[in-house]
Design a protein around this ligand. Structure first.
Ligand code: ADP
Length: 392
């Protein structure tokens, strides 16, 4: 069965077509600058990468172009060959604890939740509506970033704030990257050969979050109401003293919007290193003795270690620590610094095994009390798997 996995942004559309259940990628790519000048798309097929420049007026046009590519490359002969389209949706609130077939009711709930994800949910709605217009007979499925975290107990998702904020404004911890945390935890359980496990999943990319997954279910995660909680990220501050915000607003006259922009786009690694939000640049800086980069990495690693320790205690131990996403998969130095700080828990690194990028691999030493793994994430495949399951 052929299934499309898509991620619609306000001016972009990432896509992957799969043959399921074989999990074979048939084509993948991204349309960019949709509705803008100089729009283009890139596709990857059979190991080749092709870039084409042409007008892409809107997401419906983007899907039509995709259909043409699918036909030209002999992936489909008719539109009806695509049986289902799985859409990444960022915020599912507490309405959705799993992926669902999209009905009018689902669509209106995604719309209602736009206030919690103003940049993302409206883009998803645009993508879903456009796909419905093009793939008239396909089943549309929504796969939520928040769904995997819906199993958190109340004591972990509530903030110690007036309950009316939760009741009336839906202020609570939702968590993000759920599709990745789910994929990695399922893969880790496959490797361990059982599901009664205690896992700590470190999804550390430009955005970053850590989850505690007990017996396949998330019980805690570091992101909160928004993706700007928990870890220090490329440009996001993560956890801070909440009262810093009114303090700075009063002192500087900055508006809520301006402050939000600083906390999300001008903080994190970028602010401390005074150089870059990209961990490759931080690593280069450290090699050149740049004090700001050294400090940024120390703070960055400290926060990750804090969360690992917190979840280790919360689960009364741990069966595996997993590293995934851009930094988790590729930054040899960050994994090393994190694991080296966990010696007190009897967790030890195998330096040689750690010397790899983007490879599924055990990287802890044989005497380590907890195995540490690199598990490359695959959110697109997870979307396709959930979609396939629902269509069946
Ligand atoms: P997101 O999906 O949140 O945008 P990714 O998971 O793609 O982010 O991670 C991107 C980040 O991964 C980059 O910003 C960079 O910090 C880091 N990264 C990518 N490649 C490497 C590498 N070879 N070494 C160290 N860090 C890397």
């Amino acid at each position: 069965m052929k299934i499309l996995s898509v991620n619609a942004g306000s001016s972009s559309l990432k896509f992957q077509a799969y043959e399921m259940p074989d999990e074979k990628v048939l084509i993948s790519g991204v349309m960019e600058r949709i509705g803008m000048e100089k729009s283009f798309y890139t596709i990857k097929i059979n190991g080749d990468k092709i870039k084409k420049e042409l007008d892409i007026a809107n997401h419906k046009e983007a899907f039509k172009i995709l259909v043409e590519e699918l036909k030209v490359n002999n992936i489909i002969t008719s539109l009806d060959d695509i049986k289902a389209v799985g859409h990444r949706v960022v915020q599912g609130g507490d309405y959705f604890d799993k992926s669902v077939v999209i009905t009018d009711d689902v669509l209106s709930k995604i719309d209602e939740l736009s206030s919690l994800a103003p940049l993302h949910n409206p883009a998803s709605i645009t993508g879903i509506k456009a796909a419905k217009e093009v793939f008239k007979n396909a089943v549309e499925v929504a796969v939520f970033d928040t769904a995997f975290h819906q199993t958190m107990p109340k004591e972990n998702y509530l903030y110690a704030l007036p309950m009316s904020w939760y009741d009336d404004l839906k202020v609570r911890r939702y968590g993000m990257h759920g599709t990745s945390h789910k994929f990695v935890s399922q893969r880790m359980n496959e490797i361990l050969g059982r599901t009664d496990t205690k896992l700590i999943i470190c999804h550390i990319g430009n955005g970053a979050s850590i989850s505690a997954v007990l017996n396949g279910k998330c019980i805690n995660t570091s992101m909160g109401l928004t993706p700007n909680a928990g870890l220090i990220m490329g440009t996001r501050c993560g956890d801070i003293d909440a009262s810093i915000i009114p303090y700075v607003m009063e002192k500087t006259g900055m508006s809520a919007k301006e402050i939000d922009n600083v906390l999300n786009k001008e903080s994190g690694l970028l602010a401390i290193s005074r150089k870059s939000s990209d961990s490759r640049d931080i690593e280069d800086g450290i090699k050149n003795g740049d004090e700001n980069c050294i400090l940024a990495q120390k703070m960055y690693v400290r926060r990750i270690v804090d969360y690992i320790a917190k979840y280790y205690v919360e689960m009364n131990g741990c069966d595996a620590i997993c590293f995934t996403a851009g930094i988790g998969e590729k930054s040899i130095d960050t994994r090393r610094d994190v694991i080296k700080a966990l010696g007190v828990l009897g967790i030890y690194l195998d330096e040689k095994a750690n010397n790899v990028k983007s490879e599924e691999r055990l990287i802890s030493a044989s005497n380590s009390k907890v195995p540490c793994w690199i598990i490359p994430t695959d959110e697109e495949l997870m979307i396709a798997k959930d979609t396939f399951e629902l269509v069946q």
